[in-house]
Design a protein around this ligand. Structure first.
Ligand SMILES: C[S@@+](CC[C@H](N)C(=O)[O-])C[C@H]1O[C@@H](n2cnc3c(N)ncnc32)[C@H](O)[C@@H]1O
Length: 251
């Protein structure tokens, strides 16, 4: 698989996992565009806060040079075990997002992944600034984060009105950890680091709102929901209430 993927410049279906859905489609597009732009089939990819390698290892099996930077030694060890199981070379380095640009041996990156991490860092602005410094000219960052609007909606639907109102009024700056973000807040973070905010997608618009019984044990309904999620991901009014927001930033 790895050799075959190296030859096809990242167009393989390794990222075609149904769970990744729209996110897999977007990342495949980013990788293909970067391969075309740079003329290099092998990209330098940094997964900041990459944890146990759930995305980094599939990217490494595509033949790219992937580095996971994470403060957790346990997560890094798990990522390395996962990579070894599929014989994919993976570099795992202990470090923080806010100092990713000074991690020993860190090369400039064509693509930085920052998924489900800004919720936990001390300063999202510092983290994004360091990520921007790691990106090569024409490099891209893929940011995925929890959406404040979805959290408010979920609490309101559960009858937790005071909590929902507090979350809505306090916003990103005072909500504590894990933090959540609105799309304008994520866009401002990306642009505040000197990058240009690109495409935005919403992931899991309906999944968290629906009773599981609607799709459990019904493959047709599950496939229908998945198709609906893909259609809703870029439909602004629906994207903006998704559980997670995915935004690209370009150098
Ligand atoms: C929810 S997990 C996300 C893991 C992976 N990115 C994913 O999407 O599955 C959050 C990760 O962020 C890491 N993390 C926490 N604080 C961090 C920081 N200051 N800088 C970088 N990573 C951090 C944690 O160790 C953990 O691996």
């Amino acid at each position: 698989m790895a050799a075959e993927s190296r030859r096809d410049g990242g167009r393989s279906t390794v990222l075609g996992d149904a769970q990744l859905g729209e996110l897999g489609d977007v990342l495949r597009g980013v990788i293909a565009a970067s391969v075309a732009k740079t003329g290099r089939a092998v990209l330098d990819i940094v997964d900041v806060g990459g944890g146990t390698g759930g995305l980094a290892v599939p990217l490494a099996t595509l033949g790219h040079n992937v580095t996971v930077v994470d403060p957790s030694p346990d997560a890094l060890a798990a990522a390395q075990r996962r990579a070894a199981e599929v014989s994919a070379p993976l570099t795992a380095v202990q470090g923080e997002a806010a100092s990713v640009d000074s991690v020993a041996g860190m090369a400039a990156a064509d693509l930085v992944i920052c998924h489900n991490v800004l919720e936990y860092v001390d300063s999202p602005g510092d983290a994004m600034a360091a990520i921007a410094r790691v990106l090569r000219p024409s490099g891209t960052v893929s940011v995925l984060a929890s959406n404040t609007v979805a959290a408010v909606l979920h609490r309101a639907l559960a009858g937790r009105f005071a909590e929902a109102r507090r979350m809505l009024l306090e916003g990103e700056s005072t909500a504590g950890v894990p933090r959540r973000f609105t799309l304008p807040e994520l866009t401002a973070l990306i642009e505040g680091s000197g990058l240009r905010a690109g495409e935005a997608h919403g992931l899991r618009v309906f999944v968290g709102l629906l009773p599981g019984a609607l799709v459990d044990g019904d493959p047709g309904a599950a496939a229908g929901l998945q198709a609906l999620e893909r259609a809703a991901a870029t439909y602004p009014a629906l994207r903006d209430i998704a559980a997670q927001l995915h935004v690209l930033g370009h150098r």
